[in-house]
Write a protein that binds this ligand. Sequence first.
Ligand code: UD1
Ligand code: UDP
Length: 361
Amino acid sequence: MVIDIIAGARPNFVKTAPIIRAIKEKESPDLKFRLIHTGQHYDKVMSDQFFEDLSIPVPDLNLGVGSGSQAEQTARIMVAYEKAIIDSKPDVTLVVGDVTSTMACAITAKKMHVPVIHVEAGIRSGDWRMPEEINRVVTDSITDLYFTTSTRATDNLVNQGVPKEKVIFVGNVMIDSLLASRTRFKKPDFWDAFGLRDKRYLVITLHRPSNVDQGNLLQQYLNVLQNITSTDPIIFPVHPRTRKRLSSLKIDEEKIKIVDPVGYLEFNYLVQHCRGIVTDSGGITEEATVLGVPCITLRTTTERPETIQIGTNEMAGEDPEKLTNLLEELYQSKWKNGGIPELWDGKSAKRIVDNILTHTF
Ligand code: UD1
Ligand code: UDP
């Protein structure tokens, strides 16, 4: 069996790394993979650094699609991946997560009669403003084998009519990467220069279009953060989408330290040691849960409710006042203690590969 593994954007790299490792452990003439990087993310700090940090092999193919509107990027990925399938047809295509590369390659494969495996299937936010929700629903509508991170995601799929035997609850591959890398987390170079101390700083990451692309929400969040009375520094690794807005913002750089996106090992060192993280990321809410770090999410919905019900995550909506209230709780050390969701145990990729090998497509 030859499996095409698709990776295109930062969180994809983190999710594919353990799957590739698990396949390599069983690799034989009967089980091979072809790693395809779509090129959706391409800066060193958004791509190559993850390959290095997570020991991901050099992709067999880079489609080099680059940036563009939703339609442009989807179209370019589909055209390029179709050519790749014509050149060499895999037995199955495996996609992870919910980015444009996930959906575009799933559609392309399915139209070329290649069965699709979706890892992290079935999660739903119900928020149709987000391209990711459309990507999830479209991908899941043509998937042949579904791997889920929670029983709720499994239920979502089964309730939508997906046959039970096609849906397998395996846990969370993002957590496989986290647990496998934990002993290698690395203090960032700027640690001393910024005077960082254990549990005495915050981390923020923001990149959702609804938070950063329009209006002055981003400025309002930053105002709340830079007005906190604590002298704790705040580290803000800025996503390239957000970087475009920076010159129009008023930032107190004494308090908020702007840095480029940080490599995986350094970023998770920062998260592990911070007082709390303020984010609109999906993956980071899961990592914060497993690391037991307080997390405030600046979104109105989540497709990962277990990070709130079981983990350390709380929703602030898109509401600067709610952010203020949650930060007060954080500084008063009133944060809840979280637990770890079922099967987020570092062994999900192995379960995935075992199930692929015994499945009849
Ligand atoms: C994408 C995903 C989002 C995911 C995020 C992870 C979709 C629809 N969105 O959002 O779900 O949470 O990745 O980070 O797939 N850019 C660079 N260098 C890069 C990559 C991007 O400068 O290496 C800039 C470009 O100007 C680009 C913009 O960032 O237009 C946005 O990139 P894009 O991949 O379209 O979406 P993200 O916001 O990164
Ligand atoms: N991440 C990183 N450096 C950063 C920001 C994020 O290594 O500066 C990692 C993070 O640990 C997680 C992944 O990138 O593994 C999450 O990606 P992102 O927030 O971009 O996407 P999302 O999960 O929201 O789709």
